[in-house]
Design a protein around this ligand. Sequence first.
Ligand SMILES: Cc1ncc(COP(=O)(O)O)c(C=O)c1O
Length: 423
Amino acid sequence: MKKTLPFTAQQITEIKAQHPTPFHIYDEKGLREHAQKFKQAFSIFPGFKEYFAVKATPNPFIMKILDEEGFGADCSSLAELLLSEKIGVTGEDIMFTSNDTEQKEYIKANELGAIINLDDIAHIDYLEQTLKTQGGLPELLCFRYNPGPLREGNAIIGDPKEAKYGFTREQLFEGYKICQEKGIKRFGLHTMIISNELNPDFFVETATMLFELSVELNEKLSIKLEFVNLGGGIGVPYLPDQNPVDYDYVAQQVMLQYQKLIVANDLDPLKIYMECGRVIAGPYGYLITDVIHMKHTYKDYVGTNATMANLMRPALYGAYHHISVMGKEVQAEDHCYDVTGSLCENNDKFAIDRLLPEISAGDTLAIHDAGAHGHSMGFNYNGKLRSAELLLREDNSVLEIRRSETLEDYFVTLDFEQLKTFK
Ligand SMILES: Cc1ncc(COP(=O)(O)O)c(C=O)c1O
């Protein structure tokens, strides 16, 4: 089975003349249209907001497009907070969901007026100490809930009770009580227990769990939560025969639970937030790489000029990323290859035993669904340089939204002058 592409082989040839491979290219039209569809489906909840998980694609141009489409930013680090600030996303348009957080990160999040989502009960005191000279605790706080044995998670994220994230159920009630006593009046509740999930019912279950907790918090502590954040985790149909999550179905099923639990208990309005990353950017980014060698030993290898430093998901998780051979999209996929990079790691492979059209050196490959956790997970092992990021605009023009690294960038943290006198 095939997957479609937003560009032609001819377009890629023209782009390559200006921008050497490998590069990531993002499809602005696809990104925007999908963002609108996502927002539309959940607009049945007044106050719904998606906070794009910046870690998926921390490029300010992509973030700006998503800001224009009405998304906020879910940040997990100082750098991500600074990126949000750079594009003018501040205040409660930022959700700061971090863990093992440093003081300087909380200080910046607070300075920006972000919604701070605490990962641990001990961080209530830590945050209070951190912000002692800056006006104390913020007026709004959110806690990340980890249901432990009460939920199963999924194959990707694993068993919640093995996860380092979040408050236990007991700690959650204790945490809200402590904060109430400290005078905090505005509260949110967050969870993130699944990742790359295509079963829509998981998201309905998560919403139900948070609604039930909202009711219990109201009964036990008289807290009326402002929002629940269902986290991210909506999967990408990486395989060509997989179907995307039906957002309308999720929204409608969540609405049934909302009526049953939130409206019926007079807790309406309760805003619904999400912080998806992968599904928002993943399908709209492609890694473009040239085949530089064909190697025939015990297997047939396609050697590319990209490496797992450009896209590490296949090597790290054995993840499937569809591959199109540019200009050979309609040819029969009747040759079996391992598609490799040049790292001195045998798992530096984009595909293993993949049926593809017959490939020759000089062909160009488009590796699909590389828009999230692609460039962002890049690294420099073997001195490999991070590639450029390009944006295919709606008028088919191309904008370089991050240049590729140079060897000067790679060496910039070394002091070769000092080396001259070093013995
Ligand atoms: C706290 C948190 N929120 C949101 C996300 C985004 O998840 P996804 O990209 O799977 O939607 C992640 C992913 O790691 C996360 O850790």
